[in-house]
Design a protein around this ligand. Sequence first.
Ligand code: G
Ligand code: G
Ligand code: MN
Ligand code: NA
Length: 250
Amino acid sequence: LVLEHQLRAALDQGELRLHFQPQVRVEDAVPVGIEALLRWGDGESSVSPGRFVPVLESSGLITRVTQPVLREAGAALAASRARGFADLRVSVNLSARQLRQPELIGQIESTLAEFDLRPEQLEIEITESTLLDNEQCQSNAVQLAALGVRLAIDDFGTGYSSLTYLKRFDVDALKVDRSFVKDMLDDQDDALIVHAVVGLASGLGIESVAEGVELAAQRAQLRKQGCDLIQGYLIARPMPLPELLDWLDA
Ligand code: G
Ligand code: G
Ligand code: MN
Ligand code: NA
């Protein structure tokens, strides 16, 4: 309850900000996108989203972050474009409560217009359970796809996986969950799951993204398996926008 009270104040003060983590092509390390990740405070005093996102969720405050997050993500792409990176896209995480907001589609349209973005420069990351949550979620997902906004399934392989929804919802990317990548070099089962997800994406003609890549040996293995994009500490940590722009330049 204390945390909820503090979060309310933080929202009013605009203290929840985004960090951005690059996603690069495994083949040649070309940056393709950035994932927007919420942060509260910095350095020693920062609170992890693992702690505060669930509180935003249970209190319903999460619906108040949707618009500012979309705008900060859009602004980051506009800033990247001004530095010569015109084709980057940004991935924004949305929970079920956010996806089913009736005003979501309008908020997305106005963000695209405000920052002069093509719809395919915005990717929405949702989990399998979010997509299957209820009819309002599904209808918003369909409308997003109709707009040309990309849809990525986050933490793929950890949810229900009925798989039929992959065609029904015009999914553009599967994100291989970090837990599988973490042990793929030592654990035969995890290696097999990574291989299967990459193969499934490839068979469906959509993109595969491996998250949590920390080791060069993982990258080499993912490359051999035909994974499209990688993301993780091996490439870069999530960073504030000024650092991201420097990283892109270098
Ligand atoms: O950055 P970190 O790995 O600590 O993120 C922890 C979790 O918080 C991740 O599961 C991520 O999807 C979630 N998260 C980060 N930013 C957002 C956001 O803007 N909205 C929602 N709903 N979840 C987010
Ligand atoms: O659930 P989601 O995938 O959206 O959350 C991404 C989270 O993973 C972020 O909190 C981010 O800080 C974290 N993360 C990103 N790259 C790595 C990595 O290479 N290793 C670990 N352990 N965590 C990572
Ligand atoms: Mn994510
Ligand atoms: Na994830």
